[in-house]
Write a protein that binds this ligand. Structure first.
Ligand code: NAP
Length: 323
């Protein structure tokens, strides 16, 4: 089973599905086997573009394809739970886009169904698997530059308000926090753990989706300053201040990037020589979990996904954002 070819299916033919399929082609012993869209035309076009064997006009048909081993869910947030459960009940291993679902209750339901079906489930928080991010986390863990006492992380871009786009549509989980605020929050939780106190404030579009959210997480000996916004371009970097040095994950920190280490007035830039968009790292990990017959990731654990969602829920409560 060491080199077993994993046959993948993809649900939803949107933007991220295109990037995921592009990187899938770069992974050894991996086959893009089938795709499902709400429209047969889109499924056919996507299958042709990326060389998949089967193209379905129903997500259920893909979940029932007996040859498929793993399914990547690339639909808007509010459908993640329903689509993950559909696949898990058909015994398909599920890699589901972030945010894992809309709230903690949904995440717990998904995990319970994965366990009841003895089937692998993982949240596709790709940053956790990127070499530059792992490199920085290792420095945090081994305290190479002393204690981490401050983290600043932001994610912001501007696109005109348009409720045809899922990014702004409140019914499908639109707004800055769940879509991009999840990354600065992920940075804080992965580097510093669960905060002792959260402060947050937000601005809103007229439909009630949040247009920006600023957060301060308090820790016993550290603070994290986090921000997401759909109103302006921001640097989208993560700055880790240690007692003996500063590390900047350069723009954009959540995707393949470089790392700058500033110590004793000297700067060193580390280039990780990425050759792909970056989605192959999480997928290769997932493939290995499947080959090893694992039902949960040892990196993106259920506990971590729950912690991430619990924090998003807590922030939403503070800013008054309900879905
Ligand atoms: N990891 C990352 O870097 C990253 C980046 C971007 C997005 N994401 C996540 O991926 C998910 C999808 O984002 P995206 O940017 O790819 O969105 P998108 O371009 O709008 O694509 C979403 C796809 O979902 C399907 N869908 C099913 N029901 C839908 C509905 N009622 N309304 C709209 N689409 C529906 C559609 O595919 P069919 O019509 O073919 O069925 C659509 O093309 C989001 O949860 C987002 O957070 C992750």
């Amino acid at each position: 089973m060491k080199n077993k070819t994993i046959k993948w299916g993809i649900i939803g033919c949107g933007k991220i599905a295109n990037k995921f399929a592009t990187d899938l082609a770069t992974i050894e012993n991996t086959e893009f086997f089938a795709v499902a869209s709400r429209s047969q035309e889109n499924a056919d076009e996507f299958a042709q573009k990326f060389n998949a064997k089967n193209a379905y006009n129903s997500y259920e048909a893909l979940a029932k394809d007996i040859e498929v081993d793993a399914i990547y869910i690339a639909t808007p947030h509010s459908f993640h739970k329903e689509h993950a459960i559909l696949c898990l009940q058909n015994k398909k291993a599920v890699l589901c886009e972030k945010p894992f679902a809309m709230n903690l209750q949904e995440v717990e339901e998904m995990i319970a169904i994965a366990k009841a079906n003895n089937t692998l489930l993982m949240e596709a928080l790709w940053t956790y698997f990127l070499p530059h991010y792992k490199y920085v986390l290792e420095i945090v863990k081994n305290e190479k530059f002393g204690k981490l006492n401050k983290l600043e992380a932001d994610f912001g871009f501007y696109t005109p308000y348009n409720t045809d786009s899922r990014v702004f549509k409140k019914e499908v989980g639109g707004g800055s926090l769940l879509d991009i605020g999840i990354y600065p929050i992920f940075a804080a939780l992965s580097a510093l753990g669960t905060p002792t106190k959260i402060n947050a404030n937000a601005t809103f579009f007229k439909n009630g989706a949040d247009s920006s959210c600023s957060m301060i997480f308090d820790y016993k000996n550290a603070k994290a300053y986090l921000k997401s916004t759909l109103l302006e371009e921001t640097k989208t970097e993560a700055i880790f201040t240690f007692s003996d040095a500063k590390i900047i994950i350069n723009s954009r920190f959540h995707e393949p990037s470089t790392v700058t280490i500033i110590k004793d007035n000297k700067e060193e830039i580390i280039d990780f020589n990425y050759k792909t968009i970056g989605y192959n790292f999480e997928t290769a990990h997932f493939n290995q979990l499947l080959r090893d017959d694992k039902k949960e990731s040892n990196i993106m654990t259920f506990e971590f996904s729950k912690k991430l969602m619990r924090t998003l829920d807590d922030v939403r409560k503070i800013i008054g954002l309900e879905y």
